[in-house]
Design a protein around this ligand. Structure first.
Ligand code: ZN
Length: 398
């Protein structure tokens, strides 16, 4: 059943009357209708489908399957009846702006620098083209954007033409056409000739403007993100808001926001260095005060201490600091947090007990895991006993 494609006769047709020729469910159980004619553009050629209503029933999706244009709706409709179709115009106009903008941008890249577009994507918020080039410079992007916007301001006509294979040689096409019949060309005279089945405005002026946002390197090309038309304003609003907020937070005029942020980050780095050195001093001080508290057991000296919510790395530093200065020292440190117990065991170089073996004897009683060397070992487990009990077990195992 061939449906008359009204969107090719008049791309500005937002309301139409048609007859329902078929009303069925697809293999996924979704209702759809096929009409004798339609202004609903189905997903194709990189352009997303239209949405809208048929007799006030919402059209959620439009697909062309085996030459049949299916309008997916929430309920079935009576075959033979007449319906009024209304296209969600803001969405369609947006697609026309992005699609025509993409043609213009791709053409500008190729005309100015010979960069070919290998694929494109019209996304919900951003659009992108992949250009066959290793990298893109700021200057090139800026220049191409400028040229594309000049084409828009000149309000050049955008024409469409149906041709056959033989006639194709009359046109300087950007890309080989993939279909062999019903070939449709979208033409901006003296600038761009493209095989394309999408909907486009009558003239470039309706694209409004093009803004390249950013780009990223992919494997064998560069992906350039851009927006056209109304989306340029949306982007401008969003970015303006971000800069405005930053400007207030940093108490700095917009043009100095970058410098102000750099200074804050530098200060932060300095502060981090200072904190690290103060922590080191604190640990040295702590090590000294703990060493004073050491008790003699047999031939060794023993330090045992319980901490709360201390990072394990700090306790490791502490143990290391003490044991490098005292050859006969054994240090047993336990850290208690909300859910777990952690322990660090270290020894001086003249102690013959293995810390790895010591910790492994005790860890099972807190369902813990851990290990280390003969000199230092650490681990952690569940809070199945008090930290003092855990330390006593360590002492008993010595
Ligand atoms: Zn196209």
């Amino acid at each position: 059943m061939v449906t008359e494609k009204l969107y090719y006769q008049d791309q500005y047709l937002g309301r139409f009357t048609a007859h329902i020729r078929k009303s069925e469910k697809d293999e996924k159980g979704r209702f759809y209708v096929v009409l004798d004619q339609t202004a609903f553009y189905p997903t194709g050629g990189g352009q997303p489908h239209d949405t809208g209503t048929l007799n006030e029933v919402e059209v959620m999706d439009v697909e062309e399957i085996d030459g049949e244009i299916r309008h997916y709706i929430s309920e079935s409709m009576e075959v033979g009846s007449e319906c009024i179709g209304i296209i969600h115009w803001e969405r369609r106009m947006d697609h026309m702006q992005q699609h025509a903008g993409q043609h213009i941008l791709s053409a500008a890249f190729e005309e100015e620098y010979g960069y070919k577009t290998v694929s494109f994507h019209l996304g919900k918020e951003l659009c992108s083209i992949d250009i066959a080039v290793d990298n893109l410079t700021e200057e090139v992007a800026y220049e191409v954007e400028k040229v594309a916007n000049i084409i828009i301001i000149e309000n050049r006509p955008i024409e469409t033409r149906w041709v056959n294979r033989e006639e194709l040689s009359n046109y300087k096409l950007r890309k080989e056409v993939s279909v062999s019949e019903n070939i449709r060309l979208v033409i901006i005279p003296d600038f761009d000739y493209n095989g394309c089945g999408g909907t486009h405005p009558k003239a470039t002026g309706q694209v409004g403007s093009i803004e390249i946002l950013h780009w990223e390197k992919q494997k064998s090309h560069v992906r350039v993100y851009f927006v056209c038309g109304r989306r340029v304003r949306t982007q401008l609003h969003q970015k303006h808001k971000v800069i405005q907020n930053l400007s207030v937070l940093l108490s700095s005029p917009q043009e100095e926001v970058v410098g102000a942020t750099k200074r804050i980050l530098e200060d932060f780095k300095e502060a981090e260095k200072t904190i690290a050195s103060l922590k080191q001093q604190l640990i040295e001080y702590e090590a000294e005060s703990l060493t004073v508290k050491a008790k003699e057991i047999e031939k060794y000296q023993l330090i045992k201490e319980v901490f709360e919510n201390r990072p394990i790395t700090e306790l490791q530093q502490l143990a290391k600091n003490i044991t490098t200065k005292s050859d006969m020292m054994i240090v047993l440190l336990v850290n208690e947090s909300d859910e777990k117990l952690q322990l660090v065991c270290g020894r001086g170089k003249n102690v013959s007990v293995s810390m790895n073996q010591l910790i492994k004897q005790v860890l099972p009683c807190i369902n813990g895991k851990g290990g280390g060397s003969d000199v230092v070992a650490q681990g952690g487990g569940q809070k199945l006993m008090s930290p003092d009990e855990l330390i006593n077990r360590l002492v008993d195992s010595l």
